[in-house]
Design a protein around this ligand. Sequence first.
Ligand code: SAM
Length: 708
Amino acid sequence: MEDELKQRVIEKLQKGEELPAEWARFLFPPEKREYELVYHGKEREEDILANTLAVPLQPVRTFGRNGGDGWKNMLIFGDNLQVMKSLLELKKAGKLCNNDGTPGVRLVYIDPPFATKQDFRGTQDQKAYQDKIAGAQFVEFLRRRLVFLRELLAENASIYVHLDYRKLHYLKTVMDEVFGEQKFVNEIIWQRTASHNDPGRYGCVHDTLLFYKGGSDYVWNEPKMEQSEEYIASFFVYAESPDKKRWIRLKNGEEPPKGWERYRLGNFASPHPRPNLTYMYKGYKPPKNGWKVDIDRMKEMDRDGLLHFPSSKEGRIQPKQYLKDTLGNKAVPDVWTSIPPLQAQAAEKQNYPTQKPELLIERIISASSSKGDVVLDAFAGSGTTCTVAEKLGRRWIAIDCGKLATYTIQKRMLNLHREIGERGPRLECKTFTLCNAGLYDFSRLKDLPWDSWRSFALLLFQCRDEPHKIGGMQFDGYLKGASVLVFNHTKNPGARLTDETLDEIQEAVGKRVGNKLFIIAPGLTFGFQQDYVDRDGVRYYALRIPYSIINELHQRQFTALKQPADEMAVNDTVEAVGFDFIRTPELKFKCDARNRKGELLKEGVIRIQTFKSEAVVREPMRKKGNLETLSMVMLDYDYDDEVFDLDAVFYADALANADWEVRFPLESLGAKLMAVFIDIYGNEARVVLEAGEFGVKTGKKAGKAVAK
Ligand SMILES: C[S@@+](CC[C@H](N)C(=O)[O-])C[C@H]1O[C@@H](n2cnc3c(N)ncnc32)[C@H](O)[C@@H]1O
């Protein structure tokens, strides 16, 4: 760079002024770097990896008893970026392994929000998906996640990213940067709909999947497919009788007679002149360059009935290629036209907008993983990936930040059918654990055994787990170079952390601990309110569970795991930072039953009178008014006292237009109904209602209710 320009850069920086964009050419000469995508807000990979908060996984519940090999599949509710940082810790600790022992994830499939402003609508007016993050912000949102996905990959791994035409070109460049251009394997075009009327342009009927390998090699189980009907009709135009004595040429669309074999003609002509293979056979002339086979092989094939003799001796002998030998044997190209979109009545349909067909995911999982491999979907939605992974005997991890997704997946996994497309006999799923990440249940946390509490506490505050002693006193790890003490509240129940405790620590270790010490303990254990206390040059920080946002410590504003609440905000692309603790919202409601408008049938009604989130959220989106923090109400019409089995969803915006009444058909009601009211931060108020509360007495048949 010229001295003069150097000087001007320094001056501008000193004045706090922005550098002109065109100076980038001099600051970062293009000839010294590979091409890259430049946009506002692009973080350095090192910073992404270092600054993302890891959020501990809190097991909420384990489902299924069909375990065996020690591994538990995982359904994780949380922001995938933070969750992936925690998964990375698991990988490093050797706790995230494929069945063959290799650490990491063998296959990633993600279907992230497409960054459109389009409204996706589900049935019952549920809109579980809205992409709003625009432009560079969206690209960076995804890039940060790709960086973590790369780190999570095992050896011989693959990643498929499902996109549409809007941001595909940016993401291809980003993936080249993150994974390396040489790791690119395929751009796959999936024709997702048959026809589409896009006024003024060609109808857009496809999505694109970018397929990259993780390392120098990757699992590849050569996929094969059936020939299409049109192809068969155009090429397999001959059929022969069972005794091979007669053949016919099929007319367009004609099916062969029963028992006749369909075949097409192969090529028997040598590409190069072969005088020694140029011979007459049974009165038929040889091709110009001769045959591909010698006379002995010709006779052998004739004996086996593998030759097609045309009626006229002027024609050419050609080998037969039977349809039965080529079925399911066609190599799969990179344009996928034979996987239809989900039909409204399909057995696998979950009523989750943007749900992808199981057939699509089956092709990917079968080709790029083996039995026992870990398959990860970090934007799980309705759980198509984990469903197919389960059916194909793979291990799986599914992450989604939506409560709707979480409950949809839970239901789907507990009601599986063996075959792709949700057909065939029932399949009991292998054991899986539902985990919370970033939104924790404190009441369950405080009952954890000491070791689990200690690990959870250290991870929550991003501390390095490294037990050490100073002045004979045991410490648990480090945070920002200072020692961390996890107070063992389980040892002396009721023990408090008071000024005297600090005196004792001071006496034992004094300044040898440095000028900072972090103490983690349940909030109520602390006998002082301040975030820190200074004592003889040492600052003692109180890290309280539940909840401790210490700006100095976290450097970033925490952002809650936002849940959709109105028509426009339902399932935005979500970016949550930090952690929070579950607080049950305040809820008051009344139950009723009445005739449906214009019908004789009755409907049940839950009229919501009060709903207020109790979440401690320090950010502008905090709302306080009654009903303002309601996100959605989910119902299980026939609650079995065990598992919430999602049947219907009612979004807050729809409820606002219905006088805050949740109305449902009474004929769906079982003996008990469970209603889950969710606030916009993901907190739940759950109620179980007897059928009688809706003026319904339970009939004996399978506990179903009958309207009075
Ligand atoms: C296109 S949908 C996935 C659909 C899925 N392939 C299926 O077949 O059902 C994208 C999903 O990403 C989720 N999502 C968006 N941002 C997220 C984030 N930061 N962390 C985890 N999930 C996220 C949304 O809740 C939504 O369910």
